[in-house]
Write a protein of this length. Sequence first.
Length: 298
Amino acid sequence: MTAKIIDGKAIAARIREEIKRKVDERVAKGLPRPGLATVLVGDNPASQTYVRMKQKACAEVGIESFGYHLPKDASQEEVEALVEQLNADPRVHGILVQLPLPKHLDEERVLSKISIEKDVDGFHPINIGRLAQKGREPLFVPCTPAGVMVLLKEAGVDLEGANAVVLGRSNIVGMPMALLLVRANSTVTICHSRTKDIPAHTRQADVVIAAVGRPRMVKADWIKPGAVVIDVGVNRVDDPTAKKGYRLVGDVDFDEVKEVAGAITPVPGGVGPMTIAMLLQNTLKAAELADKKRASQA
Ligand code: NAP
């Protein structure tokens, strides 16, 4: 059996087209162009690359981006003051603080300062709290898990009553992923670094989401035949034949797992493009929320 490949790149491209159409429509109607502010603190090269990619993606769909770059020794007060300034800026509908922040900064305090109406990353404690509560709706859902949910829907996966195993429990991927699956009525198991015998859990799963950051950890004999496997992991492995000397692989051993799974996402070209598409979608939603607020105050 060879798995169906879930093409995140193609699905994300379709979503970006749709966002562009909606942005063009609203600008033609005289509504403000959606704006995303990115806050980068320090010189982490990976963070710089992520911010650049997000700004480029914004430009492609007509979302304006406002880049802010603070030095690596910026104080807690300086970062929080910038967030407050952006909260008050009507051109800015979404605020993205690129994580991780330098160690001396209190990340949770910074994220808590973002207005929940501009929290397009969905990391504000109120948005996460609402995600965890029955009958409550977060304004924004974290982009990577939100993207995974779209991939599962597009692949026609029935989550109702399904056994889902999430590998990883981080604030940005594993935990919100598990919460979204619970909301979709799956029975969810979360595995992490202290879990005993992870394969015993994954072998029972109809859906496996891998978000651990360990190259090719998930093997074919961990997977129930026909299960759906979503690989969030992005890991650099040495490859002297590659131009850069490395290449990117997921947390799933794609070549062997694809022979067992019913459907699988590749790395790259699976979850990654969806994360950015969801950020753009959240920014458009933030602009729409601001329209409603203005209208109600008029
Ligand atoms: P993280 O904060 O490092 O969390 C990793 C999680 O995996 C933790 O919960 C950890 O357990 C668990 N873990 C680590 N080693 C394990 C092992 N050997 N067995 C079982 N569990 C283990 O990472 P993250 O930010 O969630 O990211 C996870 C992966 O997704 C990374 O490869 C990252 O690059 C990728 N990612 C991709 C996207 C995208 O858009 N495609 C977005 C975000 C992240 P403990 O909690 O016990 O420490």
